[in-house]
Design a protein around this ligand. Structure first.
Ligand code: SAH
Length: 258
């Protein structure tokens, strides 16, 4: 199992608030005070809680209202998905490189898209398809708002990275797939929701076909003016309703695998 990355220096001040985890307490109890410090509080899942709570407050202040989304954003440890050197920026509202020229989206964009995807649903969504697993962060967030998450990535290196990143979370409802997401994933269809983390010039037909009646798709798309915008598509028995929302900046949706 890969070693979970420790959260950095500024959080050491929080260690006084750490719960009395038995293993930690006994490890440090045997040390004279002032001696070599105890192991960093990595992997407890609580070492970055205060920082995440601050991020959630900012998300709420910026207009995210859905409690399910705020709760999911407050639960997933984003710092475990970014490169060690970028851990200090993990809870800032910024996109970050994840390797192979790809980026993890800003928390605000992730929250906004998932809020749109949920569309005020009372409980959890059913099966959700995510196109563009990347480092696996958004899949982890989705796992808290959906019964099943199918997440597909076209770059083998990132598919494997996501698998490593997610292993210790033991999210039984997340299914990572390696393939061309432009074809969707027919075996998991129909989907209550489809979310894309990469933008093309149009919405692939496979996504529209694999969306359940009553389902919703949220994706970046290049509009006729040449700019990328967030697009919401609702499928009903009468057909599809498209809405074009705010401008966004996502990596391109590409066909094929690599
Ligand atoms: N949700 C991701 C964001 C990753 S960036 C995260 O939380 O990290 C978008 C990803 O979409 C990239 O990894 C890119 O390789 C992938 N992508 C682009 N076109 C794709 C396609 N046709 N099928 C699957 N993945 C694709």
């Amino acid at each position: 199992m890969t070693q979970r990355r420790a959260f950095p220096i500024q959080l050491d001040s929080l260690s006084g608030n750490q719960p009395k985890a038995k293993a930690k307490a006994s490890a440090s109890a045997s040390r004279p005070s002032g001696a070599i410090s105890a192991p960093r509080p990595s992997g407890l899942g609580l070492d970055s809680l205060a920082v995440r709570n601050r991020m959630v407050q900012k998300l709420a202040a910026s207009g995210i209202q859905d409690a399910h989304v705020l709760n999911a954003m407050g639960t997933v440890e984003r710092h475990l998905f970014v490169e060690t050197g970028l851990v200090n920026q993990a809870y800032e509202d910024t996109s970050l490189p994840i390797g192979l020229g790809q980026t993890i989206s800003k928390p605000n964009v992730v929250a906004r898209m998932i809020e749109l995807l949920r569309n005020g649903a009372a409980g959890q969504l059913g099966r959700v398809l995510e196109v563009g697993t990347g480092c696996g962060y958004q899949a982890a967030v989705l796992s808290h708002i959906a019964t099943e998450v199918y997440s597909i990535e076209r770059l083998k290196g990132l598919h494997e990275k996501a698998r490593d990143n997610l292993r210790s979370f033991r999210l039984r409802n997340v299914h990572l797939l390696f393939g061309d997401g432009m074809e969707g994933f027919a075996k998991g269809a129909p989907y209550a929701a489809i979310i894309a983390a990469a933008g093309g010039n149009s919405i692939p037909q496979a996504w529209l076909d694999q969306l359940a009646v009553g389902g919703r798709l949220v994706a970046p798309m290049v509009t006729p003016t040449g700019h990328q915008a967030l697009v919401v598509v609702d499928k009903s028995s009468q057909g599809f309703k498209h809405q074009v929302l705010e401008a966004v900046h996502f990596v391109p949706l590409k066909s094929g695998i690599s």
